[in-house]
Write a protein that binds this ligand. Structure first.
Ligand SMILES: [Zn+2]
Length: 66
């Protein structure tokens, strides 16, 4: 079963984000349009899940760049 979520994305704009792992509080700088799963370096928690467009961020965003 495919879960579909319709999201309106105004512009394909990508930026770097600083995220904090909700599990261990380690900070990571990554790309918000990541096409690969991003895992926490410290505890291996999945932080970013790629979707068709904007990646799904499962961590706390603490800063945005760009
Ligand atoms: Zn972690």
């Amino acid at each position: 079963m495919v879960k579909r979520k319709n999201e309106i994305i105004p512009r394909p704009k990508s930026l770097f984000i600083k995220i904090k792992c909700t599990n261990c509080a380690a900070e990571h700088i990554t790309f918000d349009h990541s096409t690969a799963v991003v895992k926490c370096r410290n505890c291996n928690e999945i932080l970013i899940v790629p979707t068709g467009g904007k990646a799904k961020i499962r961590a706390e965003i603490i800063a945005k760049y760009g």
